[in-house]
Ligand binder design. Structure first.
Ligand SMILES: Cc1ncc(COP(=O)(O)O)c(C=O)c1O
Length: 424
């Protein structure tokens, strides 16, 4: 592959074109870097623009060119706005004061602190799963990468929704188990697969998610979980985007659809509504005790930062109380309002949640679309192949409980202006 040759040929490149190279040179790396340089030269490169402050609803971002833009923030996972709640910040500061910065060791050596134990206990209470244990990981990605290969191995089967998150797919590959996919959110096709696999009389793990983040729709857990049980399979549910939000008590889509206590492996991530970083497996104590020792990315990696853990303990306390209730109500109302403003005017994903997806399809216009919306005052989260199929490029708007009505209205105006400009 050769790099872009003239002034704007680079606009024809898409992400997948930089992934492979047959020669002995570093062609794909050189071509990719040329693409970035040209996009920067044309002031179109808008990825990794640095935020100059907290992830509030209005933020300032600084592009690689040095340009500073004020944008409405619809690209942060701080769904309940708790990352900048004064009590959360104070709690994190106190924890840093007590434990210092960093955990300084793997959890099985010396990286486990009393605040981790307190946090595990608070999680079990929040989810009201008294017979369960918790395995903490230093990222949500790691929660899947550690749990899945500990639980299934070569000879076992893993059955996944086609829209599964990359961390589930990579973990499945790493496990060596036989991988099977069912069409997105399709319990009938899942049943056909499970019927066939149950004849093997070996372990089968079904993986699903609470909210699928590329469209923002809910997993059909109310059907998928009982089906897995009917065929003797285990079920893992990843509630990355639904923890603390979905369900009356914020326990996720599994709570909302009445199957919380039938899920075998609950995966949660702390980088979204928990406003921190890390992830956890919540499961039967026998399983978590085992995973604690067999999840390699936990055994051979540093424990959760104790300061962040202190902040997240406060997040859990707030999420359990009236403030949690109010924020859950507000985020749902805000998402409904934004959908209402856009419905019928642009192609929306099948969103039912706080992720509102606008599909513009042609990934070749990604740079210009992203540049246009940012310059007009909106930051959203771009998603294209390989995160979604080819020619299904989109941007996702992460609605939070803290967005105001005028902010939602202004964001919708910018989206509609982009749709007119780029004809999507
Ligand atoms: C379903 C799902 N699982 C896991 C992750 C990874 O979480 P983290 O960013 O906390 O590592 C994500 C991230 O967005 C996700 O959407």
């Amino acid at each position: 592959m050769t790099g872009p040759q003239n002034s704007d040929a680079y606009k024809n490149y898409t992400y997948d074109m930089f992934m492979f190279s047959m020669g002995d040179g570093l062609d794909e790396i050189d071509a990719f870097n040329e693409w970035v340089e040209h996009a920067q030269r044309d002031r179109l490169y808008c990825f990794e623009a640095a935020r100059t402050g907290t992830q509030k609803t209005l933020v300032q971002i600084q592009r690689e060119t040095g340009e500073v833009l004020d944008v409405l923030n619809f690209s942060s996972y701080n769904y309940l706005g708790l990352g900048y709640h004064p009590e959360v910040i104070r709690a994190a500061q106190e924890a840093i004061g007590k434990f210092g910065l960093g955990a300084a060791s793997s959890p099985v050596i010396s990286g486990t602190y009393s605040i981790h134990k307190e946090f595990e206990k608070a999680l079990i209470e929040f989810y009201d799963l008294p017979d369960c244990g918790v395995t903490l990981f230093s990222s949500g990605y790691g929660a899947n990468m550690g749990t899945i290969p500990s639980f299934v191995q070569p000879g076992h089967h893993i059955v996944m929704d086609q829209a599964s998150h990359m961390s589930i797919m990579e973990a499945a590959r790493l496990s060596g188990a036989r991988m099977h996919f069912f069409p997105h959110n399709d319990p009938a096709r899942l049943e056909t697969l499970l019927k066939k696999l149950s004849a093997d009389q070996t372990r089968v793990l079904v993986c699903a998610e609470g909210v699928y983040s590329s469209d923002g729709d809910f997993g059909r857990l109310g059907e998928i979980v009982p089906l897995a049980k009917k065929y003797g399979a285990y079920v893992l549910v990843d509630e990355a985007h639904s923890s603390l939000i979905a369900g009356e008590k914020g326990r996720g889509v599994a709570e909302m659809q009445g199957v919380l206590d039938r899920v075998d492996l609950h995966i949660i991530t702390f980088s979204k509504s928990f406003a921190g970083v890390g992830g956890a497996l919540i499961a039967n104590k026998k399983i978590t005790q085992y995973v604690n020792w067999y999840a390699k990315c936990r055994l051979f990696s540093c424990a959760l930062d104790p300061g962040v853990t202190g902040g997240m303990l406060k997040v859990l306390e707030l999420a359990r109380g009236p403030e949690g209730q109010q924020r859950r109500k507000r985020i749902r109302e805000n998402a409904d309002y934004l959908r209402e403003l856009l419905q019928g005017k642009v192609e929306l994903g099948a969103s039912q949640s706080w992720i509102v997806t606008v599909i513009y399809r042609r990934e070749r216009i990604t740079l210009e679309v992203y540049d246009f919306i940012q310059r007009n005052g909106l930051d959203a989260s771009i998603m294209e192949f390989p995160a979604v199929p080819k020619n299904e490029a989109r941007f996702r708007m992460f609605v939070t409980s803290e967005h105001t009505r005028p902010q939602l209205e202004r964001a919708a105006e910018i989206v509609l202006a982009a749709a007119r400009h780029f004809k999507f």
